[in-house]
Design a protein around this ligand. Structure first.
Ligand code: 8X3
Length: 252
């Protein structure tokens, strides 16, 4: 794949899985996250393993000024981004809507909604100009229906669906494609952050079921990116076999 792929939140989980998959297929990657050390280690790994071309662009996606100047700083040969994977996202806490921390929810909303929108706003006009591009948003099964203790997170992922659908409408007269990938249970650092660092509680989420991995989701992202240009994977809901909805899971 002779394309430039920009991945946010690329230092771990689904983002790192996407980096590995696209690198293995010959794409050039711009990798974003806050953690420079993790990004550098991933860069080294992918260069060594696949001879991939990697450009690191570390910044906090919530920082609009930093995002703008980072993108403006891209060398010419890296400016024509073909695929934007809006992956950076998180949840903190499992509090009831009437009890949780507004400050924590600001972080979740700013990352999952406002930063995704900002990256889209910064990168998509160039794609329109070049008449080439694909925006792949990482939504969630959580966007399909609210579940206990997930109110704000579910709302942000419902917003990712609306933003994806809205962007697809706004780009309908262009060759650009928009995809919303909606993972179910995927074992990454996600639940550790949700439970504010409590590893045991995080592990319980995946107990008795074989969860998906970041690499599994990366396969679906790559699939969406590699179908013929006339074909648009609008949405994909991807979960473990023993999961049926955001809350119905059969544990053995
Ligand atoms: C993460 C999946 O199951 O925690 O988006 O809602 S879940």
């Amino acid at each position: 794949m002779d394309k430039i792929v920009f991945i946010t939140g690329a230092s771990s989980g689904i983002g790192a899985g996407c980096a590995r998959k696209f690198a293995s297929q010959g794409a050039s990657l711009i990798l974003n996250a806050r953690n420079v050390n993790k990004l550098s280690a991933l860069k080294e790994e992918l260069e060594k393993q696949y001879g991939a071309k990697i450009y690191l662009l570390p910044f906090d996606v919530r920082d609009r000024k930093a995002a703008t100047s980072a993108l403006e700083s891209l060398p010419k040969e890296w400016q024509s981004i073909d695929i934007l994977v809006n992956n950076a996202g998180l949840v903190i806490g499992t509090d009831k809507e009437q009890e949780g921390s507004l400050d924590e929810w600001d972080i979740v909303i700013d990352t999952n909604i406002k930063a995704l929108l900002a990256m889209t706003r910064l990168i998509v006009p160039g794609m329109v100009e070049r008449k080439r591009g694909h925006i792949i948003n990482i939504g969630s099964i959580a966007g399909d229906a609210a579940y206990p203790g997930g109110s704000v997170y579910c709302a942000t992922k419902a917003a990712v669906k609306a933003l994806s659908d809205g962007l697809r409408i706004d780009l309908v007269d262009t060759p650009l494609r928009v995809t919303n990938i909606k993972p179910g249970l995927v074992e990454t650092n996600f639940s550790v952050i949700r439970f504010r660092g409590d590893k045991e509680k995080a592990d319980n989420v995946y107990k008795g079921i074989r969860p998906l991995t970041g690499d599994d989701i990366a396969e679906t992202v790559y699939f969406a990116a590699s179908v013929p240009e006339y074909m648009q994977i609008a949405e994909m809901l991807v979960m473990p076999t023993y999961q049926a909805t955001g809350t119905i899971v059969s544990r053995k």
